[in-house]
Design a protein around this ligand. Structure first.
Ligand SMILES: O=C(CO)[C@@H](O)[C@H](O)CF
Length: 542
């Protein structure tokens, strides 16, 4: 297509999540035209991942969790083919953007940018990039093997609260700074051979841009390196993390920045328009916020591999066990986030254990067959070491709060798991002075948001109506919305468009709280606190 012809207004969004790569094409009215996905474990079995990652267990050490970078590159080749088979015409795409799992780091080897700039349209991407990475794997957000580096980072600025005031978060093992520090310390050759370090989001953006893409403010907020007030890398934290880090990161940019036009490789190989804008990619949670268009008083809950709570913040707020990121839609405002590793994978394990069919329908019926409060039985399940509290294991309690080995029935165990997951989240919000009264509605997204019984427990525990997006993939939609918004050359405030209409595809009310449930769940929050204290006595110590 020559550049003189008018660009049809279609927009392309990607979401590179833990277990899959998704792609969507929307029109100017934000209607979904085409959608496809590549599931890493099943579509790319040669990389031998489980739930999209590789876990290395070493005696006496925490598991190390990473993902093969070439798997992501190959998935990109595949998703474009699949979208084309679905009928997508890439010559109609006016701009594209993306979303990706946060905190992961990709190490481009010296000279890799030359390869990016001179890709041969006659070959697959992954064949040409096989030697472009100093490390063939990228440590990802499920890794928590960097405790020593996190502690050192906090000490470098005077402690966890000081670090959170600068970067929006205390040091988390999964955050990029600790991961980079570990690479620089024990894989020095890799670090010295690295000319650029990308987040998973800016890595994928680089492929489309044909050169290194800048890290955006919102996803950069998840690194423990960005000063979220000045929007610049903190010199103190760069110094404390690794030598010469600033030049390996490049300068961060506002999340709605148009970084350039698409690489000629995609014009020649896939028929993209040469004027197609490439908008900065961002993290999955900031992208979800863009896809959901939260209103004042909304709380979003993403029920994916990780369960993540997030909300729009006008000002920076200190979330002791959470994170504050620069807002992806308005860089003068923020977003708050609480992340829980033990989300859908734990629900899947208990579903498989407690149902004959191993199906979600039976899971929902058994959940519905037990009353609010579950006869006083409670459960706290942490298959992976949790983020908000460093605790791992399965903890079951009877009506008197005494530890027990097992529940008498499958339905009691299912409710104990689901109530426990959301009572713990309400407990953490209340400890951050964010009481349930703060929220007028909850917007649920992610795979498990299709399970009405789980949403009913959320409505009852938080005493708020629960809505879902007409399209569950809010991170994916947010990527396409941000491509559209930035193409329009103005970043929307994330609430309403210029005609006052909501930006999101639409919200559907799924369930409202039962008023009787409130008097049951409020005291259970205190029981949950007592149980957490019995598991982790240090909880709540000032
Ligand atoms: O670590 C997280 C947020 O801080 C997770 O939500 C990852 O982004 C999931 F990919």
């Amino acid at each position: 297509m020559t550049s003189s012809e008018p660009l049809a207004k279609q927009f392309l969004g990607f979401d590179l999540s833990t277990q899959q790569l998704k792609g969507v094409v929307i029109n100017e009215k934000r209607e979904v035209l085409h959608e496809s996905h590549v599931q890493f474990d099943t579509d790319l079995p040669e990389f031998r991942t489980h739930n999209g990652v590789i876990t290395v267990l070493t005696k006496g050490q925490k598991p190390e969790v990473s993902a093969p970078v070439l798997m992501w590159v190959k998935a990109l080749d595949m998703i474009l083919e699949r979208l084309r088979v679905c009928g997508a015409d890439f010559s109609q795409i006016a701009s594209l953007s993306g979303s990706a799992q946060q905190h992961g780091t990709v190490y481009w080897v010296n000279g890799a940018e030359e390869t990016l700039k001179s890709l041969d349209e006659g070959q697959f991407l992954h064949n040409q990039m096989a030697t472009s990475f100093a490390s063939p794997t990228a440590p990802v957000w499920l890794d928590s093997s960097t405790t020593a580096y996190s502690q050192k980072l906090e000490e470098s600025v005077g402690g966890p609260e000081e670090l959170a005031i600068i970067t929006g978060s205390k040091a988390y093992e999964r955050f990029s700074a600790s991961q980079i520090a570990k690479v620089a310390s024990i894989r020095t050759t890799v670090y010295n051979k690295t000319e650029r370090i990308s987040l998973v989001s800016s890595f994928m953006c680089s492929l489309f841009l044909g050169k290194y893409a800048a890290i955006d403010y919102a996803d950069g907020s998840g690194m423990n390196l960005l000063d979220i007030k000045s929007k610049e890398w903190s010199p103190q934290l760069l110094e404390a993390t690794a030598p010469g880090l600033a030049e390996k990161l490049g300068d961060p940019v506002p999340s709605h920045s148009v970084l350039g036009q698409i690489s000629n490789y995609f014009v020649e190989r896939f028929g993209f328009n040469e004027e197609c804008d490439v908008v900065a990619f961002t993290g999955d949670n900031p992208s979800s916020l863009a896809g959901m268009c939260l209103e004042e008083g909304d709380m979003a809950i993403s029920l994916g591999t990780s369960d993540t709570l997030f909300m729009w913040l006008k000002e920076q707020k200190y979330l002791e066990n959470g994170s504050v990121f620069v807002n992806p839609l308005n860089e003068t405002e923020y977003m708050g986030l609480l992340c829980y590793k033990n989300g859908s994978l734990v629900r899947e394990r208990i579903k498989d254990k407690c149902t004959k069919s191993k199906g979600w329908e039976e899971f929902g019926s058994l959940l519905q067959s037990t009353p609010w409060g579950n006869f006083g039985y409670m459960g706290l399940y942490f298959d992976e070491e949790e983020i908000v509290h460093p605790v791992q294991g399965e903890f079951k309690f009877d009506q008197d709060g005494r530890r027990i080995e097992k529940f008498d029935s499958h339905e009691v165990e299912i409710r104990a798991l689901v109530e426990g997951q959301f009572l713990l989240k309400r407990l953490h919000l209340e400890d951050l002075d964010i009481p349930v009264e703060s929220f007028s509605r909850i917007v649920a997204t992610g795979g498990a948001s299709q399970n009405q019984m789980i949403l009913q427990v959320i409505a009852d525990v938080f005493n708020a109506p629960v809505y879902t997006l007409d399209n569950k993939n809010s991170a994916l939609l947010g990527a396409a919305y941000r491509a559209l918004d930035s193409y329009s050359r103005f970043a929307k405030a994330g609430r309403k468009n210029e005609n006052g209409a909501p930006l999101a595809q639409g919200l559907t009310l799924v369930c409202s709280p039962y008023s009787e449930a409130l008097q049951i769940y409020t005291p259970m929050v205190e029981k949950c606190r007592a149980q957490m204290k019995s598991i982790l006595p240090s909880i709540g110590d000032d």
